[in-house]
Design a protein around this ligand. Sequence first.
Ligand code: ADP
Ligand code: MG
Length: 255
Amino acid sequence: MHGNVTRPPGRTSSGLVELDRMLHGGFLVGDSILVAGPTGTGKTLLSTQFVAAGVARGETAVIAVFEEQPGRYLERARSLGIDLAKMIADGRVRILYLRPVDLSVDETLHAILALVAEVRAERVVIDFLSGFELAVAPSFREDFRESLYRTIATLTATGITVMMTVEVLQSFTDLRFSPHEISFLADNLIIQRYVEMEGQIRRVLAVLKMRGSAHDNHLRLYTIASDGINIGPSLEGYRGILTGIPGRVVKRAKR
Ligand SMILES: Nc1ncnc2c1ncn2[C@@H]1O[C@H](COP(=O)(O)OP(=O)(O)O)[C@@H](O)[C@H]1O
Ligand SMILES: [Mg+2]
């Protein structure tokens, strides 16, 4: 899962060799990353592989999970050969299970910061952001964003690399956050989505944005198997991929 890639200084592994290539060597240490996609595309898997890559390098990590059963979370990781339970037992990983109904936004974000400080985490995952936002009363949404921006800024300012996931219906335009807010919130944006090709539902991902670095602009097919996310070829030769129903580009013979 983590090969011997020579990494440029200041870069850190995403947890996926091929994604590191797309990122021209990995994430920049201390950056924030937003992973957006519909349910089941593998956002949680990606963030789990991101955590495992840190632990493999001797780092510690905090995972904040919203509205998912602890058992289910650990079980999913285990089915991919990632022994989160052992990482927790070894003190490398701490998971914070949050039910927004129990705490206010500020209390929640404060709990994350406190745990990060306690274990001196180098990687932080905030999984399923939209669940959190949905639980916030509309009149408090603005405050929520403010608090979230501040929390992310506080974390990244100390060199912590932060990955957040957000659930969207299908397309990028379904994101509840506007593109402006996204660029404010995250240095890196990765989108995952479903496409229909030859009667099959397949998954594609792309690096939409990486602040301060060049990156691969291709949409890439990927699969999920018992060894995690496997990024495959780019979808050259297709058009309209982001519509969800791509067609082949027909090359016309020159006259
Ligand atoms: N061991 C596994 N082998 C194959 N596919 C798996 C395995 N574990 C999970 N998946 C696939 O991963 C998907 C769930 O990924 P997840 O990260 O929970 O998605 P998201 O967080 O985007 O909702 C499921 O749709 C399932 O098909
Ligand atoms: Mg998830």
